[in-house]
Design a protein around this ligand. Structure first.
Ligand code: SF4
Length: 583
C-alpha cells in the first residue's frame, strides 16, 4: 500500500514528527461542523475506522455520515481512526489518541475490497484476534458497515461481530435503542438481541457449507435458531434528508469540498454497476435541505454535489442556480451527456469547473446494449465539443475493457471513439486559444455481486494484458491525449474478493500472515484462483445470497438474459414493480 499523497503533503509541514504530529496538522486543517455538539451525556466510547489513509477517508461521505450519526446518538461519543504508516505502537484515534482496543465499540467503514488487508493490519497492530469467534468479552464489539458490507460481506464477514446491511440512517436508530435499553451494555447480549433488527447481520450465526468435491460451489447456508434465513437490506425513505460533509479539510482527495448528497440510488440500470442496484430505489434529497447545506458551505469551500447520476435529478438545475446565486461555486461527482443542455453547461462553466469526468465505458454499440448504457458515439463526440467550446478544457473519459464477449473489433470501436473525441476536442479548443487535456482511463471489467453480469467471469489476466497493450499501442504518442490503464493486478484482487466467500477469509489471513500474494496464498491453501473468478452457473447458490437486497435474483437473471441478447431495458418509471424493490 502506497503512502497517501496527503500524508506526504502534511509531512512537509515542519510540525510533523510522528503520527501524533501528523494528526495535529490534520486537526488544525479541519472545519468540523460537529465541534460544538454537546457530548456530556455520552457514556460509551466508539471509534469509526476507515481502513485506508486519512485523505481517502475524509473524501468518503458514508464514513463521515456514520461518524455524525454515532456522535448524534447522545449516549456514544465517536472518534475517527485510519490506516497508519507506522503501526508499531498500535492504532490511535485522531481526536483523543486513544488506542482502538480501549474503545467500547469499533465500527469499520468498508468501501473498497482492496482495503481488506488493511483491516488485518489494523487489528494486528492492536493485538486483536482477527476472527470474531476468537475474541472474548474483553475485546470491544467490532462491527462493519458501508457499501462492501452489503454488496458481498462474506470474504470479511468472519472478522466482525455484526454487520450493517443497508443504510445507516435506517438501521442505527433501532440498533442504538437496543444498546440504550441495556443498563450495562454487554457485547454478547447486543449481538444476540440484534438478530431481530432488520438490517443487521450476525455472521457467526450462519454456516456456509461447500461442496466436498468442488469447494468453489456453495451448497447450503444454514442459519442458527432465532436468526433470519437472510439478512435483509434496509434503506431510508424520501423524508430523510441525506448527508453532507460534517468535516472538510484541505488534506483530502476532495480538498475543501462540502459534499452534499443530492440523490441516492440510480434509475438507469447499467448492468455492470453494483451501486446502481444496491441503492435502489432512486430517492432525491429535498431541495430545501440541499439549499440549506449549500448555505452552510464556507468561504474557502466548494459545494460538491454527490449522487450516482448527479445530473439526473429533477432539481439539479435549480440547485446549481441557487449555489451560484448564493456565491458558492460547486463541483459535480459525475456528469451524464444526455443531461448536458445549454443551461446546465453554462452553469457548470460559471462555477469555474475546469475538468469534466465522463463515464463512457465502451465505443462498441454492441457492448453498449449489453451494458444497458446506450449513448451514440456521435452524440458523445458532439457533447464533448459543446463542453470544450464553453471553455472547460479538461475532459476525463472512463472506459472498461475485458468485458464479456468483447472482441478486438470492440476495442477498435473504442479506439476510434477516443480518436474521434480527440479530433473534436482539438477543433473545439481553437477559440479558447489553448488546448487542454484529454485523458482516457481504462479499467478492467470486474463482475460485481448484485448486478446482472455477476455470473460472468473476470477476464484471464494474460488476455487482459494483451488487450491493455493493444489499446496503448493504438493510442500511443498521440499529442494532447493521456492514456491510463489501471492496474490489472489490483482489478484481479478486487474480482477475487468481490465474488469471494468465507474461503476467501482464510486466504486473506494466510496472505497477510505470510506476507504473500493472494494468488500464492490461495495456492498454499490448495485452491485455484480461477475457481473464484470463473463464470458462475445461474442455478448456483451464491455467497451473497445471504443478503436479501430487495432486488430479486429472478430480476437480475432476466436482465442477464437481456444483456446476452443485446436487449436494453428502460429506466425506473412511475408504477414499475419489476425488480422487487418498490412495493
Ligand atoms: S421496482 Fe422498478 S422503479 Fe422500483 S427500483 Fe426496481 S426498476 Fe426501479
Amino acid at each position: 500500500m502506497k503512502n497517501s499523497k496527503f500524508n506526504n503533503q502534511a509531512r512537509r509541514n515542519p510540525a510533523y514528527r510522528d503520527i501524533g504530529g501528523l494528526y495535529d496538522i490534520y486537526l488544525k486543517s479541519e472545519r468540523n461542523r460537529l465541534a460544538n455538539l454537546n457530548r456530556a451525556n455520552a457514556y460509551l466510547k466508539a471509534v469509526i475506522v476507515f481502513p485506508n489513509y486519512y485523505g481517502v477517508a475524509m473524501s468518503n461521505l458514508g464514513f463521515l455520515r456514520a461518524y455524525e450519526l454515532i456522535n448524534r446518538s447522545g449516549f456514544m461519543s465517536c472518534d475517527r481512526a485510519f490506516m497508519q504508516d507506522d503501526l508499531s505502537k498500535g492504532v490511535i484515534s485522531i481526536e483523543t489518541r486513544r488506542r482502538l482496543k480501549d474503545y467500547d465499540f469499533i465500527f469499520f467503514s468498508l468501501s473498497y475490497e482492496n482495503d481488506f488487508a488493511n483491516i488485518l493490519s489494523i487489528l494486528s497492530a492492536e493485538k486483536i484476534p482477527f476472527l470474531s469467534k476468537d475474541r472474548n468479552g474483553s475485546f470491544p464489539l467490532i462491527m462493519a458497515g458501508g457499501v462492501i458490507a452489503f454488496l458481498n460481506p462474506e470474504p470479511v464477514a468472519p472478522l466482525f461481530d455484526l454487520m450493517f446491511i443497508g443504510e445507516a440512517e435506517a438501521i442505527f436508530p433501532d440498533f442504538f435503542e437496543k444498546i440504550k435499553s441495556q443498563n450495562k451494555p454487554d457485547k454478547y447480549e447486543i449481538i444476540n438481541s440484534s438478530a431481530g433488527i432488520k438490517g443487521i447481520y450476525v455472521p457467526a450465526a450462519y454456516d456456509f457449507i461447500f461442496d466436498s468435491k468442488n469447494p468453489y460451489i456453495l451448497k447450503e447456508i444454514k442459519n442458527a435458531d432465532g436468526f433470519p434465513k437472510r439478512a435483509a437490506r434496509r434503506w431510508t425513505d424520501e423524508n430523510l434528508s441525506f448527508s453532507s460533509s460534517v468535516i472538510t479539510t484541505e488534506f483530502s482527495e476532495l480538498s475543501n469540498i462540502n459534499m452534499i448528497e443530492i440523490e441516492r440510488g440510480c434509475k438507469r440500470g447499467c448492468r455492470f454497476c453494483s451501486a446502481g442496484f444496491i441503492y435502489l430505489p432512486l430517492r432525491e434529497s429535498k431541495i430545501d435541505a440541499v439549499n440549506d447545506a449549500v448555505s452552510a458551505t464556507c468561504e474557502n469551500e466548494k459545494a460538491g454535489f454527490v449522487g450516482f447520476g448527479t445530473m439526473d435529478g429533477k432539481n439539479i438545475g435549480k440547485i446549481m442556480r441557487f449555489s451560484l446565486d448564493s456565491g458558492r461555486n460547486f463541483s459535480l461527482s459525475s456528469v451524464r451527456f444526455d443531461c448536458l443542455d445549454e443551461n446546465n453547461l453554462d452553469m457548470i462553466k460559471e462555477s469555474g469547473i475546469k475538468t469534466v469526468t465522463l463515464g463512457i465505458e465502451t465505443g462498441s454499440e454492441r457492448l453498449k446494449k449489453m451494458l444497458n448504457k446506450v449513448l451514440s458515439n456521435e452524440n458523445i463526440i458532439t457533447s464533448v465539443g459543446d463542453i470544450v467550446r464553453r471553455g472547460i478544457t479538461g475532459i476525463k473519459l472512463y472506459f472498461i475493457f475485458g468485458l464479456p464477449y468483447e472482441e478486438i473489433g470492440d476495442l477498435d470501436d473504442t479506439v476510434m471513439l477516443v480518436k474521434g473525441i480527440l479530433k473534436e476536442f482539438i477543433s473545439a479548443s481553437k477559440p479558447n486559444k489553448r488546448i487542454g487535456k484529454l485523458t482516457a482511463s481504462f479499467s478492467p471489467f470486474v463482475p460485481k455481486a448484485w448486478t446482472p453480469l455477476q455470473w460472468e467471469n473476470f477476464e484471464d489476466l494474460k488476455i487482459l494484458k494483451k488487450k491493455a497493450s493493444y489499446i496503448t499501442d493504438c493510442l500511443r504518442g498521440i499529442p494532447n491525449l493521456v492514456v491510463n490503464i489501471n492496474s490489472l493486478n489490483a482489478a484481479f484482487t478486487e474480482a477475487f474478493f468481490a465474488r469471494g466467500s468465507r474461503l476467501s477469509t482464510d486466504i486473506l489471513i494466510h496472505s497477510f500472515l505470510n506476507k504473500t500474494s493472494i494468488k500464492k496464498a490461495a495456492e498454499d491453501k490448495g485452491y485455484r484462483m480461477d475457481g473464484f473468478i470463473r463464470k458462475i452457473g445461474t442455478g448456483e447458490l451464491l455467497p451473497w445470497d445471504i443478503i436479501d437486497q430487495g432486488v430479486t435474483k429472478k430480476y437480475l437473471l432476466e436482465e442477464y438474459k437481456r444483456a446476452l441478447n443485446l436487449k436494453t431495458t428502460p429506466q425506473c418509471f412511475e408504477g414499475c414493480k419489476r425488480c422487487g424493490v418498490c412495493a
